[in-house]
Ligand binder design. Structure first.
Ligand SMILES: C[S@@+](CC[C@H](N)C(=O)[O-])C[C@H]1O[C@@H](n2cnc3c(N)ncnc32)[C@H](O)[C@@H]1O
Length: 301
């Protein structure tokens, strides 16, 4: 019998206080504002169904009002619970706990996807992009943010001999366990390899420097950042990109049932709060309105 493929490690936010320890009242209003400016520049005017991959506690979900439906996917049930408390259970939002490397969606389920502040936790970028590409219809828009290794701070540190890794080479750098910075050319190549055509790339967060942020109001800095985003100077710590999914694939945008088994890809049959795979027979739970594909029910037992 062949051994199951090893799975890439996951940066697990289960039970973390990401919202209160990283964002709220933590001096990151500037970063939040500039990310919204970049997103607004890149989002299409209208859309049907958006996959928000690594949605966390739904910090940016309010930006996706142009989509009829938003599917928030995150590996952390606790992050999704907070998002659900905030955004509600109207059916406009669907909450899905799943691993980005094993998405539980029918091919061609979405006409848009966003991945913001998430891919820096991924050791297997091609693996994630392949999963996302498969879930999209041809012509769909992907907005991907990544952490840029060729940023001005890293370039200066490297020039002064204070940093061992080279910001100009293509390979990703893991500066802390499961935290990667990527070169812009590397990311563009990965997008092309996965079947995307990159249309636009925007440098973001020019002023992510404590000494500047502490002295000037975040709205002023965000306004200046918004202008600098148009310069094409890709030396910032964060880069936002917009790509289009190319070539033929299946279109299931009109199919009501979004899910297939993340293990084997077969149809799922729902009975109450349990989904049963018609292929491998595994069971998956719906917990208080959150679809839980982290592990089959059988493994929870
Ligand atoms: C830094 S947070 C960003 C959250 C949100 N996008 C934002 O910008 O506020 C990263 C999120 O990615 C999720 N994540 C990390 N690895 C994942 C994986 N393999 N599959 C699904 N989600 C993952 C984490 O649970 C976490 O909520």
């Amino acid at each position: 019998m062949s051994k199951p493929e090893p799975r890439p490690p996951i940066c697990d936010y289960e039970g973390s206080n990401y919202r209160t320890e990283f964002w709220e009242g933590k001096g990151r209003d500037y970063e939040d504002q500039v990310e919204r400016i970049a997103l607004r520049r890149l989002l299409p005017a209208r859309g049907r169904r958006l996959l928000e991959l690594g949605a966390g506690f739904g910090r940016l979900t309010s930006e996706y009002g142009n989509y009829d439906q938003v599917v928030l996917v995150d590996y952390s049930l606790s992050q999704l619970r907070y998002a659900q408390e905030k955004l509600g259970t109207s059916g406009r939002y669907i909450y899905v706990a799943a691993d980005a490397y094993r998405l539980p969606f029918r091919p061609g389920t979405f006409d848009g996807a966003t991945i913001i502040r998430v891919i820096h936790h991924m050791s297997d970028v091609p693996g994630v992009l392949k999963q996302v590409r498969r879930a999209l219809v041809p012509g769909a828009t992907l907005i991907l943010e990544y952490a840029n290794k060729r940023n001005i701070k890293a370039m200066l540190r490297f020039a002064r001999g204070q940093q061992s890794w080279n910001p100009y080479t293509l390979e990703p750098v893991e500066f802390v366990e499961l935290n990667f910075d990527f070169h812009p050319d590397y990311m563009q190549q990965q997008l092309v390899n996965a079947g995307f055509q990159m249309q636009r790339s925007i440098p973001v967060s020019f002023f992510r420097i404590g000494a500047i942020k502490n002295r000037l109001p975040s709205t002023l800095l965000a306004g200046m950042d918004g202008l600098l985003q148009l310069t094409g100077l890709h030396y910032t710590p964060s880069i936002f990109t917009r790509s289009i999914a190319e070539n033929a694939s299946v279109d299931n945008l009109n199919t009501g049932n979004l899910f297939v088994c993340p293990e084997c890809g077969a149809e799922l049959l729902q009975q109450g709060d349990t989904l049963t795979c018609s292929g491998c027979g595994q069971h998956w739970a719906i917990r208080d309105g959150i679809y839980d594909f982290k592990a089959p029910l059988d493994e929870y037992a």
